[in-house]
Design a protein around this ligand. Structure first.
Ligand code: HEC
Ligand code: HEC
Length: 354
């Protein structure tokens, strides 16, 4: 009897020993991980042998931020979301902003009403990035009368403006689950902003005006050196393998925003790229000079893109922005100058006529 059992007892002892070893290993690894995440300083193996080298490194020159970061808006804490009665809508809304194409693009799983771009391509970090065209002012400033349509626009109408122009697509039904979710998300983002106020860092940076017209030829040099590596030499971007959007979105051509879109205005494009492009640039760490931003805007917006019937836009033509590139105008400046500048004379003439 005993002899029959012995191999089993040995085996069990071995297994128990192995298990003990495994538990000990997990414990040690876990403890080291805990230490490294908890910020506890482990003693350096080399003590302070290289502290002199560190001190002799040249000082990094301070980059000038476009605006003082103090008081910048930041989005509500995502961790507080579950307290909201419509948390599910808000989450779905954020998902639609970030991955629009997967739901509403040419192969969208909900319906195909847009060009394959994501809202987030232009409204960075799901519309939360400071000076990354964020949504911080939306809840507090809509509905409002917009001169482009001459009408009062609510959030739904404004979202559909971007569907029809920036995503060169069709409007979403106002009472659809998707529209309700996106509006819920924007209302949540702006919930702490007092009515009527635009927080610091909302929208797009205003690049100082140049004394000359923006130059597409100079802009092409900027584009080839600093943009083409991602957006490609032909500006068509780089689609994802599964057809659900882009790794790098297109900047011109049939899959890009149409000429009724905000980015087709030079000041919007220049301001967006100045604070956000090449990818990695921020308002605190801009990478383009003002001239480069204006010139690359001129280059990209002088190339082919989808058209849109704009005949209903700007019913009061005197309200057209200085860089609206389609006449007629009330100020006597040419379409060419309204497209590329110089904008200072237009601005001054307008100020005088008021
Ligand atoms: C090609 C770039 C682009 C894409 C893509 C885009 N937008 Fe926009 N959007 C803009 C620009 C430019 C503005 C105007 C910003 C300004 O003038 O300050 C804007 C403005 C808005 C505003 C108004 C913000 C405010 O504070 O007044 C909302 C809301 C909005 N977009 C929603 C969306 C939604 C939703 C989507 C996706 C369905 C989308 N946008 C996709 C470029 C884009
Ligand atoms: C390292 C890659 C990279 C480089 C270089 C780069 N971009 Fe982008 N760009 C992106 C990505 C990625 C997005 C979309 C961001 C997102 O969805 O979060 C984008 C978005 C954009 C958009 C808005 C979306 C669209 O397609 O209209 C514009 C405009 C743009 N970039 C212009 C430029 C310009 C101009 C340059 C050169 C000065 C540049 N980018 C350089 C990666 C890059």
């Amino acid at each position: 009897m005993n002899q029959i059992m012995q191999p089993f007892i040995k085996l069990i002892t071995l297994l128990v020993a192995l298990l003990g070893l495994a538990v000990a290993l997990v414990g040690v690894v876990g403890f080291v991980l805990f230490l490294s995440y908890s910020g506890v300083q482990l003693p350096s193996l080399q003590a302070d042998s290289n502290s002199e080298q560190v001190q002799s490194l040249p000082e990094v020159p301070a980059v000038t931020a476009l605006v003082d970061p103090a008081g910048m808006w930041s989005s509500p804490d995502w961790a507080t979301l579950e307290a909201e009665a419509n948390a599910e809508d808000i989450k779905y809304g954020k998902e639609l902003i970030a991955n629009t194409a997967a739901y509403l693009g040419p192969n969208g799983k909900v319906k195909a009403i847009s060009n394959g771009m994501n809202c987030q391509n232009c409204h960075l970090q799901a519309g939360t990035a400071p000076l990354g065209n964020n949504y911080s002012a939306v809840a507090a400033t809509y509905p409002k009368v917009r001169a482009r349509s001459g009408q009062s626009e609510d959030i739904e109408k404004r979202i559909n403006d971007c569907f029809e122009r920036s995503l060169n697509g069709k409007a979403l039904e106002r009472d659809s689950k998707e529209m309700v979710a996106m509006v819920a998300y924007m209302n949540w983002l702006g919930k702490d902003v007092p009515k009527g106020e635009s927080p610091k860092g909302s929208g797009i940076y205003e690049v100082p005006l140049l004394d000359r017209a923006a130059d597409p030829a100079k802009g092409k040099l900027v584009y080839d050196a600093q943009c083409a590596s991602c957006h490609q030499a032909d500006g068509q971007g780089m689609p994802k393998q599964d057809g659900s959007g882009y790794i790098y979105p297109p900047l011109w051509g049939k899959n890009s925003y149409n000429h009724g879109a905000g980015l087709y205005r030079l000041s919007r494009f220049a301001g967006y790229v100045k604070a956000n492009m090449p990818l990695g640039a921020t308002f605190e760490n801009p990478m383009l000079s003002d001239e480069e931003a204006w010139d690359v805007a001129a280059y990209v917006n002088s190339l082919e893109r989808p058209a849109k019937d704009l005949s209903k836009d700007w019913p009061d033509i005197s309200k057209k922005p200085m860089d609206h590139p389609f006449g007629p105008y009330t100020d006597g400046f040419s379409e060419e100058q309204h497209k590329f500048g110089p904008f200072k004379p237009i601005k001054e003439a307008r100020a005088q006529s008021k």
